[in-house]
Ligand binder design. Sequence first.
Ligand SMILES: N[C@@H](CCC(=O)N[C@@H](CS)C(=O)NCC(=O)O)C(=O)O
Length: 339
Amino acid sequence: MKLTTVIGTVAISLLASSAFAADGDTVAKIKAEGALNCGVSQGLPGFSSADDAGTWTGIDVDLCRAVTTAILGDASKTKFTPLTAKERFTALSSGEIDLLVRNTTWTMTRDTQLGLNFAGVNYYDGQGMMVPSELGVTSALELDGASICTNAGTTTELNITDFFRANGMKFELKTFEKTDEAVAGYDAGLCDVYTTDRSGLAALRLKLTNPDAHTVLPEIISKEPLGPVVRQGDDNFFNIVKWTHNCMLNAEEMGITSSNVAEMKGSESPSIKRMLGSEGNFGEQLGIPNDWCAAVIAQVGNYGEIYETNVGPNTPLGLARGVNALWSKGGLQYAPPIR
Ligand SMILES: N[C@@H](CCC(=O)N[C@@H](CS)C(=O)NCC(=O)O)C(=O)O
């Protein structure tokens, strides 16, 4: 290829990707490329982590795969881009990724200043603190003068500062861009405390030399609603992500699972018919097939299934459903109806 042609091709593809980012036609881009590029963490067990063979798993990974299934009908067409906390929003705004599902907290600033839209909450969390048990600390209020390890570019940094100031306590914050370095620093005794989202503590303690030698303190110092994020000005894609998440929640509520979805297609229930595409044109309204939700449940599962497989009580993270239970079981997970 001649140099001018190469430059031309590069210029066209740069133009194309910035046009997609600016136009908000992410769905057209995903369809044209036959793949959805999802930004995830660099390795947070239960949420998004890759094994030695490069296979990604986690509750965030499953949400990425669900959105790909809704649009392309095939979960395996998902590409994963591991990102640090600091890199994630630029990667989304620039169009490098289509969707961000990276244990990311929905805050006002992220909506108003970064031009993003949170399409739901796939894990309600709060920030906690972990200390070596040998310190004998039983409450965060005993931590005056502590040194604290955490991730840069997070809500975590801001909340811990508020907490210590509000309680008139001194502290030294050591921030790291890479979580593995922050964890290694804490493991090596560089800090008295490791702080992050409580789900993150459950995941990251598994990376410590001796996970059982650490205690998570009782205080929950913030609200961390974690969810999928899209660029603003991208309403159709925003709707697809939102309704894919709602499809998975509604499926759990209606008892539709990956193992019975085929059989449920024969159900006489009008709401199940609408969900699974045998009545109405709910997929068409989003520019995707009418059986999009049935495909998501068949290939990825309902919300309860992805919770149990990735982070639930029978996984290494061992997280009880708690506030992430469905509203009908006393929790906060409540999806608007598909109708
Ligand atoms: N939810 C917080 C914290 C997110 C965050 O980056 N947490 C770290 C510590 S749990 C993380 O995800 N690390 C995993 C990684 O970078 O692979 C936010 O949105 O700012």
